[in-house]
Design a protein around this ligand. Structure first.
Ligand code: AMP
Ligand code: GLY
Length: 423
């Protein structure tokens, strides 16, 4: 089979690596890819939003299966563009990707189908939002309705902060049209867990759990980032939590989407908060998480291409997902200054240390080949992942492996998965 992967981050590198393990696959392309992905796939210079070019490429190369990694093209309707030409593609159509594309939609869906989530109201006028804040309880959470690179969520401790937030999102339009509508919701406390799942429209199969560290600095300080590291499984995702989520959240979401005429095929990523009143949905994403994928896929035993195909064909009920009884930790090596401003273009040394080392992986998030050298090309540069018999061992292995890599301005958190050791 020939496979095309759309995207250019650590998530797509992890997907490409897992696809490369499949016996069914003999050739992988990635658009646009990066310098790490180029070691296992042929990268093509087509952007993820260039739907016409992607479709033309898939036809020209007779691609058997295209996998969409990123949210923007999914929400923009890339799957519809492929299907229109009779091409096989993995991911939700535009009318289903709205589960991630509009937070107002997903909140209304959860309310209508009694799926546990924070209490909320949607607003499309700043005046009404400000009026509502007059009688609201604080802290409170403001969310831009549309895609905002994971940055459109404001936790506001006071009314003043919340008023400022309404201005930032709705009037100053910091996230453009994504802030035309906002969700104002109840502030919840608890442990966060990420759960990824495969969905074929009717059946949902849950992958092993993971947890992300979103803040830039140790001790969960500093600004929110795309994710500074992950671990899997989450010890807080217990059997009881799993049972609750199966009963009230997972299948309920898939059934709700079907009932709305928005059959969902692809990945649903459940962002969960384990509150005192039980698990609640923080958010849905319509794609694999980044960097959750970098710890989940190295633990997965199945041939992932078979699972992708089962989702497309509606036969996921025949698949049993299996994960290793171990743990994985991913530490992101970033450019110092991320997520605000940082320099790039520095040579990355030590990548060869990962060749033929079982259980150690280096997934590229932002790298580029320049004059035969791999250089840094983003805020998040690499995701160093290692597995181990448990979280403590995986963590020790991952941090050991971060020492094998060197580049100017290398920055990382030192406490990925640490709270867990102490738990
Ligand atoms: P989201 O993109 O909706 O997952 O929000 C990003 C982050 O903001 C989450 O991972 C949480 O840490 C935090 N967050 C979102 N909604 C809430 C909420 N209702 N209460 C507390 N924290 C929240
Ligand atoms: N790691 C969070 C996300 O992919 O949205």
């Amino acid at each position: 089979m020939k496979v095309l992967i759309v995207g250019s981050g650590g998530r797509e590198h992890a997907i490409a690596w897992k696809v490369s393990q499949s016996k069914k696959v003999d050739k992988i392309y990635c658009a646009p890819g990066n310098a790490g992905i180029a070691q296992i796939a042929e990268c093509v210079d087509i952007g993820a939003m260039e739907f016409d070019k992607l479709v033309a490429f898939a036809k020209e190369k007779a691609i058997d299966l295209t996998i969409i990694g990123m949210d923007d093209p999914l929400v923009g309707g890339v799957v519809d563009a492929f299907e229109k030409e009779g091409l096989r593609v993995f991911g939700p159509r535009k009318n289903a990707a709205i589960l991630e594309g509009s937070k107002a939609f997903s909140k209304d869906l959860m309310k209508k189908y009694n799926i546990p989530t924070a209490a909320y109201e949607n607003f499309d006028s700043p005046e009404k939002a400000l009026e509502y804040l007059k009688t609201a309880k604080f802290p409170i959470v403001l969310k831009a309705d549309g895609l905002a690179l994971g940055k459109g969520v404001l936790i506001c401790m006071t009314r003043e902060e919340a008023e400022e937030g309404v201005k930032t999102l709705m009037l100053d339009k910091q996230f453009g049209n994504a802030g035309n509508t906002i969700v104002i919701e109840e502030f919840m406390t608890g442990r966060e867990v990420s759960v990824l799942s495969f969905v074929d429209g009717k059946t949902i199969k849950i992958m092993t759990s993971a947890q992300d560290h979103k803040r830039a600095k140790d001790g969960d300080q500093g600004l929110n980032t795309g994710g500074m590291g992950t671990f899997s499984p989450s010890p807080f995702y217990t059997k009881e939590v799993d049972e609750f989520c199966h009963k009230y959240i997972y299948q309920a979401t898939v059934d709700a989407m079907r009932a709305e005429g928005r059959e969902f095929k692809g990945i649903i990523f459940f962002g969960l908060m384990l509150t005192e009143d039980g698990p609640k949905v923080l958010e849905y994403n319509a794609r694999f998480g980044d960097p959750e994928t970098q710890v989940v896929l190295p633990r997965m035993k199945n041939d992932i291409v078979e699972v992708f195909e089962a989702c497309i064909d509606g036969t996921l009920d025949k698949i049993e997902l299996q994960f290793e009884d171990n743990a994985a930790v991913c530490v992101v090596l970033a450019s110092d200054g991320y997520p605000v401003s940082y320099k790039k273009g520095f040579e990355i040394k030590g990548l060869d240390n990962f060749v033929n080392r079982d259980g150690y992986y280096v997934f590229h998030a932002g790298s580029k080949l320049v004059d035969g050298k791999i250089v840094t090309n983003g805020g998040r540069v690499l995701g160093v992942t290692a597995v181990g018999k448990d979280l403590k061992a995986a963590r020790a292995n991952a941090y050991e492996a971060t020492e094998w890599i060197d580049f100017e301005n290398k920055y990382m958190r030192h406490d990925i998965g640490k709270a867990i050791d102490e738990a």
